[in-house]
Design a protein around this ligand. Sequence first.
Ligand code: SF4
Ligand code: SF4
Length: 67
Amino acid sequence: MARVEIQGDLCKSCLYCIKECPKDVIALGKEVNSKGYQYVYAKEPENCIGCAMCAQICPDAVIEVYR
Ligand code: SF4
Ligand code: SF4
């Protein structure tokens, strides 16, 4: 089973990962990280298929995908 891990504290809220995910796993949270960005999280982790599109598109390498 695939698992996605997002380091919220490093996220810059570009939202590319949300647009890229074919399964709508990732969503924008309400909280702000230490850099002042509203960060994303895995809202529907059970839907992740491990395609790693999110990890590839993230400009800050914040996302890791495990299969
Ligand atoms: S690995 Fe694929 S399905 Fe899973 S969160 Fe990333 S883009 Fe979405
Ligand atoms: S692509 Fe990376 S930096 Fe951009 S919102 Fe997603 S996790 Fe954050």
